[in-house]
Design a protein around this ligand. Structure first.
Ligand SMILES: [Zn+2]
Length: 318
C-alpha cells in the first residue's frame, strides 16, 4: 500500500505479502513490524536501525521464509506486513488499520515485533516482554502458552510501551493485538550505533518462535499440498497425535505402488532424520517417528515419491 500524509509528505510504502487461508480465507492474521529507522543524534546521517527495527522485520521475513519453504497452508489467511513511518507516529500502521476497519476486514490477531534483539545477558536470564492490550486476553494467553512450551525464554507481561508501536493502531480500531519486545532496552536506541554487531541474534531467534508458534497453533498444522504431479499420494496424509510428546504416527496413502521417502525437517530447514525409505504398495500405510532427544518445537515431515511431495506440520511439546 502506498500513502502519504501531512507529516510524511513523501510517498511511503507498507509492504505486504499474503498467504491465503485454506478454510477461512476471510479471517486474517497480521504479522507485522516497522521497517523505517531514525537517528536522533543527527537526522541527516544514516539510521542503521538494526535493533529498531531490523530485528522485527527479520521476524516477519524469517517466519515467511520458513512457512514458504514447507509449503505451509494455514487455515486462515496470514498477511506479512512491514510498516513505514512508525517513528513519525505510527503513521503506516494507522493507515493500514484504518483501511482494514473501513473495509470491514476480519483481523483476528495482530502480532507485532519491535526491538527484539538487544540482550547482553546469558541465556539463563533471557526474558521477553509481552506488551498486552485490554481487548486481547486470548492473544496474551496464547503468547504465554507458546513462550512456555516452545522457547527457552521467561516472559514479563506489561503494557508499558503498548501505545508506542504498530500494534496500537490495530488495538485502537478494535482488533486484538500483542507486541513482542526485548527486556533490556537497547542503549543504542535511535542512534548511529544501532548496528547488527550490537544485536543478539540468538535471543531474537528465540523470540521469533513465539509469533511463529502462535500462527501454527491457531491455523492448525497445515494442509498437505502437493507440489509436483498428483498421482502417487492420496491427499489424506496426516500425523497423530499432533502435538505429540515423543512419538508421532505418520499416515499416508499410496495410490500407485511407489518408492516413498519419509523424512523430518526442523524449523530451520535442516533434515534431522530419514524415518523410512522403501517401496510401498497401493493402500494406506502408517509409520512412527520416535523424536528421541530432539528439542520441543516445530517439525515438518516430508513424504516424497518420484512424482509427489507432501509436507505435514508436526509440533513436539515438552
Ligand atoms: Zn521501533
Amino acid at each position: 500500500t502506498l500513502f502519504r500524509s501531512n507529516i510524511t509528505t513523501t510517498w511511503q510504502y507498507n509492504v505486504e505479502l499474503t498467504l491465503k487461508g485454506h478454510t477461512y480465507p476471510e479471517r486474517v492474521y497480521i504479522l507485522g513490524a516497522h521497517h523505517d529507522a531514525i537517528n536522533w543524534d543527527n537526522p541527516m546521517v544514516n539510521a542503521p536501525g538494526a535493533d529498531d527495527n531490523g530485528s522485527g522485520v527479520a521476524a516477519v521475513l524469517e517466519i515467511a521464509r520458513v512457512l514458504a519453504k514447507f509449503h505451509y497452508i494455514p487455515e486462515s489467511t496470514i498477511r506479512f506486513v512491514t510498516f513505514s513511518a512508525e517513528e513519525l507516529g505510527l503513521i503506516g500502521a494507522y493507515h493500514y488499520a484504518k483501511n482494514a476497519h473501513e473495509s470491514e476486514t476480519n483481523i483476528v490477531m495482530m502480532l507485532n515485533s519491535d526491538m527484539i534483539s538487544n540482550c547482553p545477558v546469558g541465556e539463563d536470564e533471557w526474558i521477553v516482554q509481552l506488551h498486552t492490550y485490554p481487548n486481547s486476553q486470548h492473544v496474551t494467553d496464547l503468547a504465554k502458552e507458546i513462550t512456555t512450551r516452545f522457547t527457552e525464554l521467561d516472559f514479563v507481561e506489561t503494557d508499558r510501551y503498548s501505545n508506542a508501536t504498530d500494534s496500537y493502531p490495530f488495538f485502537d480500531f478494535g482488533y486484538p493485538a500483542i507486541f513482542f519486545h526485548e527486556n533490556i532496552f537497547s542503549p543504542n536506541y535511535h542512534s548511529g550505533q544501532d548496528l547488527v554487531v550490537n544485536t543478539n541474534k540468538h535471543y531474537a531467534a528465540e523470540i521469533i518462535r513465539i509469533p511463529l508458534g502462535m500462527l501454527i497453533k491457531e491455523n492448525k498444522y497445515g494442509f498437505p499440498v502437493k507440489t509436483m504431479d498428483f498421482n502417487t499420494l492420496n491427499e489424506a496424509s496426516k500425523a497423530f497425535p499432533n502435538p505429540f510428546d515423543k512419538k508421532a504416527t505418520i499416515s499416508f496413502t499410496v495410490e500407485k505402488p511407489a518408492h516413498v521417502h519419509i523424512s523430518i525437517f526442523n524449523a530451520e530447514g535442516t533434515m534431522v532424520e530419514v524415518v523410512d525409505q522403501a517401496f510401498f504398495q497401493t493402500g494406506q500405510h502408517a509409520i512412527t517417528w520416535d523424536s528421541k532427544d530432539n528439542n520441543p518445537g516445530l517439525y515438518f515431515c516430508r513424504i516424497l515419491t518420484n512424482t509427489s511431495e507432501q509436507f505435514i506440520t508436526l509440533i513436539k511439546q515438552h
